[in-house]
Design a protein. Structure first.
Length: 317
């Protein structure tokens, strides 16, 4: 049992790092439906930054941690502005190919400048081992779990309770509607990339605490594992909305026709046998009359109309 609990703690520690990285994946996907495969290489850049600050500049670990998080955050925003913003209206496959290209660019640029050999990162702190009964508990595992939980709590507060978080959820739900409501969509997307990249920076520091070395290709495997964690954990499918506590509406009722729909403009549409799924919260979605994006007032006529859909262009009083 001692071995089991020891391995369980190690798995939770490593899984927490993958969870932080996976959150960055899912947030970006929830906003612009992009699988940002360059996300793992942002972690690689963060690891090299820690090595550069402590090994080459001789500064302390606190400075290295701050420099790593700031560098990853800025790098994520720069990637979004240079690589992804010009392709905002392009087909999704173009964004995917661009993300893979950015990943290769970061990897081989690091290899060209710093070489292919591993760089040993100095220890951020002196590791100690505690015992919980007979189970050994390393200081690195404790720090990883605590930092991960705190990061997720801060992220939850940010997305649920702040104006920027509300903007992120609005853009995730409907980008065009959010733009009509006055939300700066470009700034919101950039902020989402910044938050996701900051989480990658924190994950980079935690990963280097457990595995203190940096290589040009370390981000590929980390990104792939985090992507699998996002898919299996449901965060990728759920996107930002599900992560912040969104639940499927349970107050939908099915209303069967015939119906007469009156538009705000005064036009009316007669549906002989239409089916309407009505949300008691106020939203109406037509299942048989698709892509009608306007406010509707629904009135049921007294007698059924057997004619096909009929639009009356005469405004009502």
């Amino acid at each position: 049992m001692t071995v089991f609990f020891s391995q369980l703690i190690n798995g939770l520690s490593l899984g927490s790092i993958y969870a932080l990285i996976a959150l960055g994946y899912s947030m970006v996907y929830g906003i612009i439906l992009l699988l940002n495969f360059a996300h793992g290489d942002v972690i690689m850049v963060g690891a090299y930054m820690s090595w550069f600050v402590m090994n080459q500049l001789g500064l302390g670990p606190v400075t290295a941690v701050c420099a790593t998080i700031i560098t990853c955050t800025l790098l994520g925003v720069v990637i979004e502005k240079i690589a992804y913003t010009p392709l905002r209206s392009a087909p999704r496959i173009s964004l995917l190919i661009t993300a893979i290209g950015v990943s290769f660019f970061l990897e081989y640029t690091a290899e060209l400048i710093l070489g292919s050999g591993a760089k040993v990162i100095p220890a951020y702190y002196t590791n100690q081992t505690f015992r919980l009964g007979k189970v050994p508990l390393g200081l690195t595992s404790i720090i990883t779990l605590v930092v991960t939980v705190l990061s997720m709590l801060v992220l939850t507060f940010l997305v649920q309770k702040t104006k920027l978080g509300k903007a992120m959820r609005a853009v995730s739900e409907d980008m065009d509607a959010a733009r009509l409501m006055g939300i700066n969509v470009n700034s919101t997307i950039s902020f989402t990339f910044a938050v996701g990249s900051a989480l990658a920076g924190i994950g980079s520091v935690l990963y280097c605490c457990s595995y203190p070395q940096a290589t040009p290709t370390m981000g590929s495997m980390l990104g792939l594992k985090a992507f699998v964690a996002a898919v299996l954990g449901g965060t990728l499918v759920g996107s930002v909305g599900n992560y912040t506590g969104w639940k499927a509406p349970t107050d939908l009722v099915e209303l069967r026709g015939p119906w007469e729909i009156q538009f705000v403009s005064g036009q009316t549409m007669k549906i002989p046998n239409g089916t309407i799924m009505a949300n008691l919260g106020g939203k109406l979605t037509l299942t048989e009359v698709s892509k009608i994006e306007c406010q509707l007032k629904v009135n049921k006529p007294e007698e059924a109309d057997t004619a096909p859909y009929e639009i009356n262009d005469t405004p009502s009083d």
